[in-house]
Design a protein around this ligand. Structure first.
Ligand code: C5P
Length: 297
């Protein structure tokens, strides 16, 4: 086996509509998931001689790595018993930041497993991905999606024209379940009917590849919950607006804040203006699946 590498792009949510709590303990939601060019790199090489199982090296991530779990679940679902693999993950995506970094790594690990095993079964891989977490299915084949259900029902949307995104990570972490719980405590969920209406409006508005959803749908219903748990986010949002963003909001369950710009150059200028922040903001563009090379999916 020669070493292979897959990019694992972060995602941003261009708004998020929160719906009612479901019986499975997750919430109904509608969101536009946009991969951006802020990528971890996941490499696979043979595990050292004597290693009995797959292993994963990933600085900055404690506990079981979702990419390793992805390999384990892929082996279990397919019966593939190729030699143990060592995954090495170069982290660029902030951890626990609402940018689906762990899910991106898991999606890349599944693409690696497909390549190593020669098993081409999109449906099976998608079901393994769904078992790993709500954000993983969109990361197996990253492109712009409208995500519904609990965030795991995906509808691919036309790729947008380029635009600029300012990503402002936080020094703090927020736990996704905590943010959803806080949203319930604050009574932020919309009715099922409202969720459906907003979903229909989004599908129509983005059918022709517009860069951004309509302005009234570009808000994150989880934002007041994230701000309630981490009040300094309000300042960050003000800073990003002050740096010229067309829109600024908390990304997913936070605490990363993103700002949207018409062009990359404006996002770069804003990143320069806010360069004194720690961690340092970065400017990126949408990421397009053509980066994976021809002949994939
Ligand atoms: O699916 P995932 O593991 O990413 O979700 C983590 C937790 O976040 C869930 O157990 C649930 O508490 C919360 N969540 C939710 N509604 C969603 C997605 C996640 O309440 N749609």
């Amino acid at each position: 086996m020669t070493a292979i590498t897959e990019p694992a792009p972060a995602k941003v949510n261009l708004g998020l509509t929160l719906g009612p709590l479901r019986e499975d303990g997750r919430h109904r939601l509608v969101t536009v998931m946009q991969p951006v060019g802020l990528c971890d790199r996941v490499s696979a090489a043979p595990a050292p001689l004597g290693a009995g199982e797959d292993e994963c090296l990933c600085e900055g991530v404690e506990g079981e790595n979702l990419a390793l779990a992805a390999l384990r679940d892929f082996r279990a679902a397919t019966g593939w018993d190729g030699a143990p693999v060592r995954l090495e993950i170069e982290k660029k995506i902030p951890v626990a930041a609402g940018m689906a970094g762990g899910s991106a790594d898991a999606g890349a690990a599944l693409r690696i497993a497909e390549r190593l095993s020669g098993i081409e079964d999109d449906e099976l891989v998608d079901s393994v991905a769904a078992g790993l977490g709500s954000d993983v299915p969109a990361q197996v084949w990253p492109t712009r999606y409208l995500a519904t259900g609990a965030g795991d029902v995906l509808h691919a949307l036309p790729e947008p024209a380029p635009f600029g995104v300012l990503v402002v990570p936080s020094r703090h972490r927020l736990s996704t379940p905590d943010v959803f719980r806080e949203a319930d405590r604050l009574g932020l969920a919309r009715s099922g009917a409202e969720v459906e209406a907003r979903e229909a409006e989004l599908v129509g508005a983005l059918a022709a590849g517009a860069a951004f959803p309509p302005e009234d749908l570009m808000e994150n219903d989880l934002e007041p919950a994230a701000v309630s748990l981490l009040p300094e986010l309000e300042w960050t949002l003000d800073e990003v607006r002050g740096a010229g963003a067309l829109r600024a909001f908390v990304c997913g369950s936070g605490p990363t804040v993103i700002g949207l710009f018409d062009v990359l150059g404006s996002a770069v200028a804003a990143a320069t203006a806010l360069a004194g922040r720690d961690p340092r903001p970065v400017a990126v563009e949408p990421w397009y699946p053509s980066a994976l090379g021809p002949g994939r999916r």
